[in-house]
Design a protein around this ligand. Sequence first.
Ligand code: PEP
Ligand code: MG
Length: 745
Amino acid sequence: MPARKETESRKLLRRLQAVMAEDCRGQERLDRITAMVADSMGTDVCSIYLHRDADTLELCATRGLNADAVHVTRMRIGEGLVGRVARRRAAINTADAPGTRGFRYMPETGEEVFSSFLGVPVQRVGERLGVLVVQSKSARTYSDDEVYALEVVAMVLAEMAELGAFTGEGEALRAPHASQVLFRGVTGQEGAAAGVVHLHDPRVVITKPISDDPESENTRLLDAIEKLRLSVDSMLDAAQADRAQAEVIEAYRMFAYSRSWLRRMEASIDAGLSAEAAVEKEQTAARTRMEQAGDAYLRDRLADLDDLSHRLLRMLTGQGRGGTPVPDGAILVARNLGPGELLEYGAKKLRGVVLEEGSVGSHAAIVARAWAIPLVIQARGILQEALSGDPILVDGDQGVVHLRPDDMVRAAFDDKLAMAADAQQRYAAIRDTPCVTRDGQRVELLMNAGLMADLPSLPSSGAEGVGLFRTELQFLVRNHVPRRGDLASLYARVMDAAGGKPVTFRTLDIGSDKVLPYMKAADEPNPALGWRAIRVGLDKRGVMRMQLQALIRAANGRPLRVMFPFVAQMEEFLEARAHLTRELHRERSLDHPLPASLQVGSMIETPSMAFAPRRFFQEADFISIGGNDLKQFFFAADRENERVRRRYDTLNVSFLSIVEQIVARCDEVGTPVSFCGEDAGRPVEALCFAAMGLRCLSMRPASIGPVKHILLRADLGQVRDVIARAREAGEQSVREAVMAYLRTR
Ligand code: PEP
Ligand code: MG
């Protein structure tokens, strides 16, 4: 690095630090900064444009342009050279601004006399804050050293903005993380909750961006790099057994040992930044390139670099994951969460969950639903705005999140919470009423569960039993395969808690999005269509046999119901059942008590099973329709992909026909059939399923009240007629017709 750059940017940063230390705030501080930069760099103009909102920039301070234009001149992202710097997140350096593509003349600024222009983005990792500009009358291109120096100043400004150094006066100044913000996402789970933000993976805040002791900063950086390398090396050692995984970590390791990466950070330290600010400068650059990279491979490599930088930052600042305890009334805010990560928090700790990404069909969402806490997914931008401890309101019904709400919003929300409490009281009043429709049809309402913590909902919800116990959640919360004894005692406790009501245990359903942390993730192009659930069970018999033994032992003389997931052809069911029979014989030969009765069922989650041989329906003791998977395979629409997930209505006549077909095939041979996908818990869907002949529905506990409420008042014969008429009329979905019918009643 040339010696001049070193002194120039360091000198600039030293002066900037002095301005920052002065006793002034807001506008005055910005004015002093622009004056200082123009003076130090010998330019005629220095201006700071900050975001007024996500799309608009405003001139907030200037030395050299007309002072009257301050807080008047605004431009949209992409508009004019300043707007283009913001959009591209990259510097524009030109000797002839008016002749440069995109130039827009702003008469109120008096900038027509300035020929050269250098603008750099003011940004933090992934967050646009503004643009810093210098201009000169003489037509000249700024040198690399000058560009670098201005970038370093912009980087420090971004950190100071993060710390609120520019707020306090001047209504147009963006006060980061201070005002109310509304996010429109997608409903993951209904319900409403008020609480405080708890970030799953909090961002690192840099409090000391400048340092004039490059030697000690370099030592800090090298120490952290050394630790990082050691941890990546041990990751690689641990992954040696798995070639595919080792290859990925090898690429990652390459960056950790990259000389050029280290050199760039050392250069930033020499230029006057602290070690953490130097790391963040690299991370910001990696993020920007990542967003612009068209090539997926390159994007992944830049993501590696981004991740390494983030880990370094956490090491250098001591901030980050696992740092802060979960506060009371926490609303968890995260980019995405695996079910295991969510389970680690535990139901009692969280009032709600908001995900920047996430999808309704994912198992993390199912966990949130089992806990009956509101979940909003696809809340784009929330991670940039939310800080741990911010007040937050989650409206799961509308898929809306209010961050730092004002008093009016809060009051309206309190009304909503009060109304929800009233509805809960109404449902409590019908809790013990048997679910019989007005035309005398009995519909059994069961609950879905997966954790011991779900069981207290059995009496409080009015469920008549557990129609689906997802056993994989127990495997997901651990970091090793659970032992048979532990599983047996857990299953026994579940049966105890059910107090004689039936519990249907579904054998391990892993694969797809349910990846066990201790199992090699299979590298599959389409995991949802891949090696999952019963396919794994039949290939890896050890775990399946262990689980079946645990179930038999848990029953210990009581009735036992076992169900196999993801059966796609009859043979799979017969083979799985044969394993269960074998385990039963084995237990008998060991003189262990056998279950009082054994019922073995199958889920129907693939369309193929609607057309299975009659023998399948005869052999199964019961059938349960797994609507979540059945629907995704029926419409070929990924249940986790928000783009397509809601494209196809459950009440689409084609889907109702396959449900009707399955019910008819079961009825033909007298095999009981239930529906246990999430749609069973939606009142209108549940009503239509009942009208299609389903007499048993299994859902999350919180849905039992609303579903029973609608069924008690329904005449299934009339609903069946409404559906038949909509089908005859050639409707694609019967929803509108059913809703219109419900409105008239
Ligand atoms: C289903 O697919 O409908 C189902 C109940 O199983 P899971 O949601 O666990 O895949
Ligand atoms: Mg399923």
